[in-house]
Design a protein around this ligand. Structure first.
Ligand code: ATP
Ligand code: MG
Length: 448
């Protein structure tokens, strides 16, 4: 109590907030207004014409300086959320705790946030570990810059004058390829442990080196991630896995000691010898697809990451005498539940994951009507892609994958010929399956 009071009386004025920012002209940074999204440009323009300050901020400015195409655009403004909403027909206020405005135009959505004050640790509401729970006070532009995480993320681009307002030497840090924390890294990680994951992700994605002052504390503070709500961790893991640099991010997480025992998912990815090849193949595959701007599905990726857990769990159940089909479903639920404690996998993604897993044993039935039914499944393609990855990692034979490729594309006669082929390794199980067929048909008919 007394210490808190003393700290408040003698608090060092926040030097950063007093600093005049550097105003960097276009001939020094090179970002022309034509390079930014026309919608972001318009949003800034309308706000400025109505007497407010407005800038493109955060990831977009950073990415443009590095030469990456920005993923999306954020605008920071002195206008309140209500003022912003009143200026744009297609806009809505979202968030209850801290309101931001989504301004929509065509297929684009610009996130507009009002300058926010840097929380002062004495008065902010925190949990017992110092994690800031509320961070919702409007502030000045300088305060808004200070509450951001890294210097390269605190750059404000004014499309009107084509200048960059730089409070924390972010432009210089980008030139030096350094990811530097604003303020004291330990304090900033305590306020929000997710910043440790952001440091690793942004470093890997942008090819920036994490400044030693920000890098060193990660190892010792890693356990603070335990207190982060599961839904937030899930969001951050999605960003990491779909950054197009998942392989690099995960290697980096391991190097920083940010894996062991933190998230069961990371243990699975980084510490299971059985599924290691499969998991890394899948991550490489995801990175390639994202860089080629192809679609990726979180359900598919999570299904691959957790598959060997399911296999092990399933195997144990079968050894204990459970019958295969129900045992597989039990194993799937078990594995997903064990993840859910730390990582809130959304219900929809959970359903996608299970669908892909449940299809796998069905690829082994190459007789009767079953193959015809399987290729009609809406998730057949995802199931087959998954099967192929299993073969590529050496878990199963590539022959099975090729057989299904041919079967799916063949005409009727060729299909019948394929079905008539003997499958030496499946011979006995096929006979068994044939005998059990009536029960199976019933089960499949009732399945959705
Ligand atoms: P990307 O969108 O490429 O993942 P980004 O830096 O734009 O990276 P966002 O989550 O979109 O990440 O956040 C936008 C901006 O908000 C950041 O650039 C940063 O200034 C600020 N920000 C985001 N998360 C935090 C955080 N945990 N602590 C402090 N500032 C943050
Ligand atoms: Mg962003």
């Amino acid at each position: 109590m007394i210490r808190k009071l003393l700290r408040r009386v003698f608090r060092r004025p926040d030097a950063d907030n007093k600093l005049e920012p550097a105003v960097i002209p276009v001939d020094q940074h090179g970002i022309r207004r034509e390079q930014i999204s026309p919608v972001a440009f318009k949003v800034c323009n309308v706000l400025q014409e109505n007497g407010h300050k407005a800038f493109v901020v955060g990831g977009a400015v950073r990415d443009l300086l590095i030469g990456h195409p920005p993923k999306d655009y954020d605008v920071a403004t002195s206008a309140t959320p209500e003022q912003v909403r009143d200026l744009f027909r297609r806009s809505r206020i979202i968030g209850r705790r801290f309101k931001i405005v989504h301004v929509m135009s065509g297929r684009e959505t610009i996130e507009v946030s009002t300058f926010r004050a840097s929380h002062d640790v004495e008065s902010a509401e925190t949990d017992e570990h110092g994690r800031v729970l509320r961070d919702n006070v409007f502030g000045s532009q300088a305060e808004d810059a200070s509450r951001r995480d890294f210097t390269v993320n605190a750059l404000y681009y004014d499309p009107g004058s084509e200048t960059i307002i730089d409070y924390h030497h972010g432009v210089a840090d980008i030139r030096q390829k350094t990811l530097r924390m604003i303020g004291d890294p330990r304090a900033r990680y305590r306020e929000d442990p997710v910043r440790m994951l952001r440091a690793v992700r942004l470093g890997a994605k942008l090819g920036l080196t994490i400044d030693p002052a920000a890098r060193t504390p990660i190892r010792e503070m890693a356990e603070l991630l335990e207190n982060v709500p599961a839904a937030r961790l899930f969001d951050e893991m999605l960003k990491l896995l779909f950054s197009g640099h998942a392989v690099k991010c995960l290697e980096q997480l391991r190097a920083e000691g940010l894996h062991h025992g933190l998230l069961p998912l990371l243990d699975v990815i980084l510490e299971q010898p059985a599924g290691e090849r499969f998991v890394w193949l899948s991550l490489e595959n995801t990175d390639d697809r994202i860089r080629a701007e192809k679609s990726v599905s979180p359900g598919f990726l999570f299904a691959t990451l957790l598959w060997h857990e399911v296999l092990a769990n399933w195997e144990n159940r079968k050894l204990a005498g459970e019958s295969p089909q129900p045992a597989l479903f039990e194993a799937m639920d078990n594995v997903l539940d064990s993840q859910a404690r730390k990582l809130a996998i959304t219900r929809r993604i959970g359903a996608d994951i299970k669908e892909i897993w449940a299809l796998q044993p069905r690829f082994e039935r190459r007789a009767g009507k079953a193959p015809y039914r399987l290729i009609e499944q809406p998730r057949y393609r995802a199931g087959w892609d998954f099967l192929r990855l299993r073969a590529q990692s050496g878990e199963i034979s590539m022959d099975l994958v090729d057989w299904w490729l041919r079967f799916a594309h063949a005409g009727h006669d060729e299909r019948e010929a394929l079905l008539a082929q003997p499958f030496p390794d499946e011979g006995s199980s096929k006979r068994r399956k044939r005998r059990r067929k009536p029960a199976k048909v019933g089960a499949e008919v009732t399945a959705p």
